[in-house]
Design a protein around this ligand. Structure first.
Ligand SMILES: Cc1cc2nc3c(=O)[nH]c(=O)nc-3n(C[C@H](O)[C@H](O)[C@H](O)COP(=O)(O)O)c2cc1C
Length: 360
């Protein structure tokens, strides 16, 4: 039978009311004191709870995992309390919400790091990128190459963050392996030039991701875990000699964990859906047995046609969810969408955050 975007779907034991996902969206509105989620964030997410699944903005798993001003953490007791407000508000509207677990790696700056230290990465290679530190945009420096005991400590931070996510009332966790942040830095051969067991071969470059997934599955049932990847995105100066081959391997490896879903950014994050020569999303997806969430530049027609073709199980919308809290209802009715205001994407208060109008 033909499936609609508005039909319910089950991921493991998790029942979602439709196949429309709110993509993870960093909005830099955590309370400056302690990077804590707050009432305003709870209202924002509750307004969007008619999505089948909300994936939260990236939440740093540790102070070291932070790369931008005012992003929320998931490592302190106060942050857990703050997130509890968010999950309670979403659940009160019958919504479902996963937290996106984030470590930025080299996409940071000493001004945001504990004790003004250098950001960390698989190798001491700078990204050609900028971060916003609360005052302005600054270039990302050459990072400190992680020692193997430091890698162990980060895996433990992921495990702890996953336990905190449980305490905070989330329905599951999404591991942020996309967009040139730490996990992605290990996967891509341009940013990972290690010669130990975490670098070189595909198996070695995927080891960090695998070890993090092993840690997460100690805390959550495997079906309550998803992974987000962006195989063909150059965001944050990411590059790989052969992304199709790299990610075919990575996704086969992920498949061994029996996870709830794979979430791919198809093409250039927030940009073109076109893939480089040799790039093939359907082939990548064929290596994964669980649910597939597709993202990047979707509108209703493209989303429904992908569901019709069986090319995706769920579709994640990013910018349209920023400006349309009732996106599901608007898509259902074919109603016009509010246009998002880019000036209020990152930082600020209620304006351009919780004040987008609902359908009459
Ligand atoms: C303001 C903004 C913040 C974003 N923050 C995140 C994030 O925290 N984690 C992530 O994986 N992707 C993030 N993204 C990427 C989006 O999840 C999504 O991949 C992108 O917007 C493309 O989807 P769309 O065309 O439906 O907007 C962000 C995008 C925008 C515009």
């Amino acid at each position: 039978m033909r499936k609609s975007l508005f039909d319910p779907i089950e991921i493991g034991d998790l029942k979602l009311s439709n196949r429309i996902v709110m993509a993870p969206l960093t909005r830099n509105r955590a309370s400056a004191n302690g990077d804590c989620p707050n009432e305003l964030m709870a209202l924002y997410y509750a307004q969007r709870a008619s999505a089948g699944l909300i994936i939260s903005e990236g939440a740093q798993i540790s102070p070291q995992g932070k790369g931008y001003a005012w992003t929320p953490g998931i490592y302190s007791a106060q942050q857990i309390d703050g997130w509890r407000k968010v999950t309670d508000a979403v659940h009160a509207q019958q919504g479902r919400i996963f937290i996106q677990l984030w470590h930025v790696g080299r996409i940071s700056h000493p001004s945001l790091q504990p004790n003004g230290q250098l950001p960390v990465a698989p190798s001491a290679i700078a990204a050609k990128a900028h971060i916003f530190d609360g005052k302005g945009f600054v270039p990302t420096p050459k990072p400190h190459a992680l020692e193997s005991n430091e890698i162990d400590a980060i895996i433990e931070d992921y495990r702890l963050a996953a336990t905190h996510a449980k305490s905070a009332g989330f329905d599951g966790v999404e591991l942020h392996g996309a967009n040139g942040y730490l996990i992605d830095q290990f996967l891509h051969d341009q940013s990972n030039q290690r010669s130990d067991r975490y670098g070189g071969s595909l198996e070695n470059r995927t080891r960090f991701l695998s070890e993090v997934l092993t840690a997460l599955t100690k805390v959550w049932p495997s079906k309550r875990i998803g992974v987000r990847l962006s195989p063909f995105s150059s965001f944050n100066s990411t590059a790989d000699t052969n992304p199709q081959e790299t990610f075919a391997y990575v996704i086969s490896k992920i498949n061994e964990f029996n996870l709830g879903y794979l979430h791919l950014v198809e093409g250039e994050t927030g940009g073109s859906r076109e893939l480089p020569a040799g790039g093939n999303i359907a082939k990548l997806r064929s290596h994964f047995d669980g649910a597939y969430i597709a993202n990047n530049g979707y509108n209703y027609e493209l989303a429904q046609s992908q569901i019709d073709r069986g090319a995706a199980d769920l579709i994640a919308f990013g910018k349209d969810f920023i400006s349309n809290p009732d996106l599901v209802e608007r898509l259902r009715r074919g109603a016009p969408l509010n246009i998002p205001n880019q000036n209020t994407f990152y930082g600020g208060g209620a304006e351009g955050y919780t004040d987008y109008p609902l359908l009459a």
